[in-house]
Design a protein around this ligand. Structure first.
Ligand code: B12
Ligand SMILES: *[C@@H]1O[C@H](CO)[C@@H](O)[C@H](O)[C@H]1NC(C)=O
Ligand SMILES: *[C@@H]1O[C@H](CO)[C@@H](O)[C@H](O)[C@H]1NC(C)=O
Ligand SMILES: *[C@@H]1O[C@H](CO)[C@@H](O)[C@H](O)[C@H]1NC(C)=O
Ligand SMILES: *[C@@H]1O[C@H](CO)[C@@H](O)[C@H](O)[C@H]1NC(C)=O
Ligand SMILES: *[C@@H]1O[C@H](CO)[C@@H](O)[C@H](O)[C@H]1NC(C)=O
Ligand SMILES: *[C@@H]1O[C@H](CO)[C@@H](O)[C@H](O)[C@H]1NC(C)=O
Ligand SMILES: *[C@@H]1O[C@H](CO)[C@@H](O)[C@H](O)[C@H]1NC(C)=O
Length: 432
């Protein structure tokens, strides 16, 4: 399908029709299923402080067929309370995730979606994102990862959206796929899932459309797949550890856009299993996002009438999750910490060995509140830094507080990144 844009339209439609149900899937075999236990115990032992975290975990557990009804009911109840009390406060992508989690696998809790008119709320929130882009220099209220979640949920649950707008806004040229010039693999992967759902509905004739839209959506998928594959690392990860699960899902559903030799799925799988054993997925959201792909599932399976009980016969461990090397709290370490805006403000901070980035920021703040004060918000990935020295990140002008070590951006947040003796840590006022 690499030359799809050169095929005559009839050929394109026919080919899409035949191939759209084919998936290239590699998954953990039975002897290796025990290696997923750290993910399950991280998810099960989560504190569920954020509704988005709960939605990520519930969606993941349902997709792989975990049968723990007591746990599932507890999560459903929490999401129900969430939409009951504050549906208007949820961002578009948060609501989309909740809808997918509640609606996955046709379980009875699907009715909550209709009782609370969640699809209508999502249609409105998606429309607001589009208006925001049109009035704010192309910047959505949230980001393209969430807009992709929106389209995916609307597509899966028969919501209404404009195919023409999807074809227009999701062109891979759009700046919202990039952060600081770098292609965001997570974002591209989620967009492929959304566009594939839309494409399947068009091909199946569920939605009437201009054939131009179908052709352009198909071209977007093809280009995004190329970009994802070009982010493949030597060890098989795609993007980084945390984007690999969603990239795998995207490649599973788009196998007619690349050749078998373009991706060694087994190698990716093996590297992810190694990362699991090293405790890389100790945040529940991280565990939830990697698990479905490892069991050969994607977010497009949400509408399956029945989610195979793939894990049902295996014992699910509920022991404490694998933890990174226990902190040696008897010794202290010294780190250099800087806040960079236009000028750089630096300080040396002593913290117990095993401390995380956030401990350093708190210590610096104690030492000089004027220079090192900061605020944060709890999110599904842990604490997110929202302001430093009173200067607040703002998605309307694409500003944020970037975390770096030795001048290189970190791939973890302040709540999880463990600091080392002599390290140069920095929070930098940046644009994405
Ligand atoms: C969009 C995005 C951003 C945007 C957020 C602002 C915006 N315009 O939305 C920007 C570019 C600013 C950003 C920044 C960072 N991000 Co980011 N981001 C994402 C992305 C692609 C989507 C998040 C989202 O909307 N989720 C869906 C909604 C429904 O969930 P939510 O919880 O409500 O989303 C909010 C939080 O996720 C929060 N957020 C975004 N990134 C991060 C990172 C951390 C560590 C935390 C605690 C919160 C957080 O912003 C979202 C919108 O409000 C995810 C990919 C993914 N797989 O989730 C990466 C992702 C979450 N980010 C990541 C990272 C590492 C960062 C940074 C630490 C990078 C850095 N070196 O500075 C910083 C955060 C620094 C800080 N200030 O604390 C990692 C986290 C991995 C991990 N194990 O912790 C991810 C998974 C990407 C990846 N594969 O590496 N990010
Ligand atoms: C909703 O958001 C508003 C404004 O940000 C805030 O004042 C209010 O407390 C929030 N409500 C809930 C239930 O979180
Ligand atoms: C989907 O929604 C349309 C109206 O928007 C309706 O006519 C149709 O019956 C719905 N289909 C399903 C399967 O619910
Ligand atoms: C689980 O066990 C039952 C009964 O032994 C069997 O019928 C079913 O196929 C098994 N499922 C899996 C996924 O192995
Ligand atoms: C900090 O702890 C780690 C492991 O617990 C150890 O390897 C390292 O030597 C310690 N560093 C210092 C400076 O004490
Ligand atoms: C940084 O410096 C530039 C140029 O002097 C100025 O326009 C900008 O407002 C400064 N930014 C901040 C956050 O102080
Ligand atoms: C921090 O300590 C280093 C030596 O480890 C020293 O060179 C530097 O000047 C100190 N910086 C500050 C801001 O005190
Ligand atoms: C914090 O730093 C500023 C600027 O260097 C200085 O004027 C102020 O006295 C410092 N405050 C404390 C409590 O050390």
């Amino acid at each position: 399908m690499r030359q799809s844009h050169k095929l005559p339209l009839v050929g394109l439609l026919l080919f899409s029709l035949i191939s759209s149900q084919l998936c290239k899937i590699c998954e953990v075999n039975e002897e290796n299923v025990f290696r997923l236990n750290p993910l399950l115990s991280t998810m099960i032992n989560s504190k569920y402080i954020s509704g988005t975290q709960t939605a990520n975990v519930l969606l993941s557990l349902k997709l792989v067929g975990v049968q723990n009804q007591a746990l599932i009911q507890r999560l459903v109840q929490q999401l129900k309370d969430n939409v009951e009390r504050k549906v208007s406060n949820l961002s578009s992508g948060q609501l989309a995730l909740i809808i997918m989690a509640l609606g996955a696998c046709h379980t009875p809790d699907e009715t909550i979606i209709y009782d609370y008119h969640l699809i209508r709320h999502l249609e409105n929130k998606f429309a607001v994102e589009i208006v925001h882009m049109e009035t704010h220099n192309g910047n959505p209220l949230t980001n393209y990862y969430q807009l992709s979640l929106d389209v995916l949920a609307l597509c899966l649950f028969n919501g209404s959206y404009s195919t023409a707008k999807v074809a227009e806004y999701f062109t891979p040229k759009n700046k919202n796929y990039y952060f600081g010039g770098d292609f965001s693999v997570d974002t591209g992967a989620m967009a492929i899932l959304a566009l594939t759902c839309v494409k399947r509905n068009l091909v199946d004739g569920k939605i009437k459309t201009d054939t131009e839209d179908l052709r352009s959506i198909s071209n977007h998928i093809e280009l995004l797949v190329k970009k994802i594959l070009s982010e493949k690392k030597k060890n098989g990860l795609i993007g980084n550890t945390f984007s690999t699960g969603e990239a795998m899902q995207a490649l599973f559903v788009s196998s007619d856009y690349y050749q078998e030799s373009d991706w060694d799925c087994q190698q990716t799988l093996e590297t992810v299993l190694k990362k699991i054993s090293q405790g890389a997925f100790s945040i529940p959201t991280a565990a939830a996002q990697i698990l479905p792909a490892l069991m050969g599932k994607t977010y497009l399976n949400v509408k399956n009438a029945y989610c195979a009980n793939v894990l049902g016969n295996f014992s699910v461990s509920t022991q404490a999750p694998v933890t990174v090397t226990p902190p040696n709290s008897h010794s202290n370490i010294l780190v250099h910490y800087s806040v960079r805006i236009n000028k750089t403000y630096s300080i040396n901070v002593t913290v117990p060995n095993g401390s995380v980035f956030l401990d350093v920021m708190e210590e610096a703040q104690k030492m000089n509140k004027t220079l090192y004060s900061f605020t944060m918000e709890e999110s599904s990935w842990g604490p997110y830094i929202t302001s430093v020295q009173g200067l607040r990140a703002n998605s309307n002008d694409r500003t944020y507080w970037e975390l770096l070590s030795g001048g290189k951006p970190l791939s973890q947040g302040v709540g999880s990144y463990v600091v080392h003796d002599g390290e140069n840590l920095e929070v930098r006022w940046s644009k994405y």
